[in-house]
Design a protein around this ligand. Structure first.
Ligand code: AMP
Length: 220
C-alpha cells in the first residue's frame, strides 16, 4: 500500500473518478468521491439525501458546512492513505479540510490538478454513462462497455446522471470556474500542486499518476 494522501482537483468530466478508482485498486488507497457519497444518500432517501438532492440535480454546490461535515466524518473513519475526489471544491472547504487533517496529523501530500480544455470536458460529460448498480463509469467514446447499455463488471443497466444532461453542464462548469478554480492557486501557494494533462486516454493518464505516487511514496 502506498501511504499517500492526495486530492484530485479538476472540472467535472476530467476523469478524476476513473483515475481514483484505478489508483485505489492498484495501490490499496481508499478513494472517496464526494459526489458518490451524496448520490448514495439521495438514492437511499436519507434526511441528508433529501436536503442535498435539489443542489446535486441542478448542478449547484451543496453548502460548504454540509459537505465539509460529511467528508471530514469519512476522513476521520478511514485509514491513513486516501484520495479525495471532488472535495474540496471551494476555498472555505479547503481551509476546513486543512484544519481537520492537521488535528488528525494527516496532512495532504499532493494535489493533482486534472487539466483539460472546456470543449473536451463537454464531450466527456455528455458521453459519460454510469452503472446503476455498481457505479462503474464508462464513456461511450473513450471507454465504451463491451455490450451497449450494460455494465461489463456486473451486468447492471447503464444510465446517464441527471446532472450530466446538457442543460445542467453549463451551470456546473460556471460553478467550477468561479468557486473551484481558485483552489489551484491556493494549493500552488502551499507547494502541493501537481498538474497532469487529463486529455489523453485513461491508461496514459494513469501511468502519469502512478509515477507521481511512486515518487511520493519513495520520499515518504
Ligand atoms: P461530482 O460527482 O463530483 O461531479 O459531484 C456531483 C454533485 O455533488 C456536484 O455538482 C454538487 O452538487 C455535489 N458535490 C460534490 N462534491 C461537492 C463539494 N465538495 N461541495 C459541494 N457540492 C459538492
Amino acid at each position: 500500500m502506498a501511504a499517500v494522501r492526495l486530492i484530485f482537483l479538476g472540472a467535472p468530466g476530467t476523469g478524476k473518478g476513473t483515475q481514483a478508482a484505478r489508483l485505489s485498486s492498484r495501490f490499496g488507497i481508499t478513494a472517496i468521491s464526494s459526489g458518490d457519497a451524496l448520490r448514495d444518500e439521495i438514492e437511499r432517501r436519507t434526511p441528508l439525501g433529501q436536503q442535498v438532492e435539489e443542489y446535486v440535480e441542478s448542478g449547484k454546490l451543496v453548502p460548504d458546512d454540509i459537505i465539509t461535515e460529511v467528508m471530514l466524518g469519512v476522513v476521520g473513519r478511514i485509514g491513513p492513505a486516501f484520495i479525495l475526489d471532488g472535495f474540496p471544491r471551494t476555498v472555505p472547504q479547503a481551509e476546513a479540510l486543512e484544519a481537520g487533517l492537521a488535528t488528525l496529523k494527516r496532512p495532504i501530500h499532493a494535489v493533482i490538478n486534472f487539466a483539460m480544455d472546456s470543449r473536451d470536458i463537454i464531450r466527456r460529460i455528455t458521453n459519460r454513462r454510469i452503472c446503476s448498480n455498481c457505479k462503474k463509469t464508462y464513456n461511450l467514446e473513450f471507454l465504451p462497455p463491451k455490450t451497449p447499455g450494460i455494465c461489463d463488471a456486473c451486468g447492471g443497466k447503464l444510465m446517464q446522471r441527471a446532472d450530466d444532461e446538457e442543460s445542467v453542464i453549463a451551470t456546473r462548469l460556471e460553478t467550477y470556474t468561479k468557486l473551484t478554480h481558485p483552489l489551484i492557486e491556493y494549493y500552488a501557494q502551499r507547494g502541493l500542486l501537481r498538474e497532469i494533462d487529463a486529455a489523453p486516454p485513461a491508461e496514459q493518464v494513469e501511468a502519469a499518476l502512478v509515477k507521481i505516487v511512486a515518487e511520493m511514496d519513495a520520499a515518504a
